[in-house]
Unconditional design. Structure first.
Length: 81
């Protein structure tokens, strides 16, 4: 089963590649306070996603040194949360 993540496109300057910011809500183990952790993933962009779009990315075989994800489809902002 391939992992799927939802995030926002923050950069599309490279050819056929987008940078997707994925935010996760976690709870601190000691203080029990909620906080947001975020990470950027490089993804293959075959559907022509632009900066500001919310997308669904899926894990694939390595495409390049840092690119191991592929954009599947654009989604609404409501679906991300």
């Amino acid at each position: 089963m391939k992992r799927k993540l939802k995030g926002k496109v923050v950069s599309d300057k490279a050819a056929k590649t987008v940078s997707v910011l994925v935010e996760r809500h976690k709870i601190h183990p000691i203080y029990k306070k909620r906080f947001v952790s975020s990470k950027k993933f490089l993804a293959q962009n075959d559907i022509d996603a632009k900066v500001g779009d919310f997308v669904l990315i899926e894990e694939t075989k390595p495409i390049s040194k840092n690119k191991k994800w592929s954009v599947i489809k654009k989604i609404d902002e409501k679906e991300v949360k």
